[in-house]
Design a protein around this ligand. Sequence first.
Ligand code: SAM
Length: 206
Amino acid sequence: MQTMIEITSPLFLRPEELESPIDWRRAFGNDNPLALEIGCGIGDFIAKTASDKPGVNFIAIDYYNKGCDKTCRRLEKLGLTNVRVLRVEAREFIATHIPRGSLSAVYINCPDPWPKKRHRKRRLVSSGFLEFLSPYLASGADFHFATDFEDYGLDVAEFMPAIAGFTNLLKPDLYRHELEGYHRSKYMLKFMAEGKQIHFVHYRKL
Ligand SMILES: C[S@@+](CC[C@H](N)C(=O)[O-])C[C@H]1O[C@@H](n2cnc3c(N)ncnc32)[C@H](O)[C@@H]1O
């Protein structure tokens, strides 16, 4: 059970108070490109990435209430104004609130691995998910996936080449264990400290 914290940050948006799809230009007050992080956790990755890219509007989502609260606090402390945080489920949120062709980047870091074989269909990222996500990406949009869980990394690396309309930016590799310029999230750092390798996958929508 999640202990529900009331989040009062001006960076926190409640989807029920917003139109469908959301007018992101109005939400951010500018026309900058829009990027999405799914499963932002405590917001360390988005804080670093959004600081690097002040000309991009970031949406950070997670259905973990305490994580959203921590993310908002972190962003406010840094004075970042180019991120909005929502406590939502990814698929439902995208389908309802993201205009088609509008995302310039999607980041998914260390999604829940569901290690048991019988639970694997619960994984967020699958070929079906990529086919669902693809129409929401603008041409030239980046798709970033990173996992500490080898089996998940290999699965994504292997199905991605068959997804129509994307090109692999790590060619000839299907994945790498290092990705220069890409910030490390809390979970990445935790697993790296345990000696695990991260699998990075990076594609671009054509
Ligand atoms: C293992 S944590 C990783 C957090 C962070 N990305 C990191 O690397 O440190 C996975 C996060 O994804 C969130 N999550 C999982 N499935 C989700 C979904 N369908 N929609 C939104 N958030 C989701 C969980 O609540 C959790 O905070």
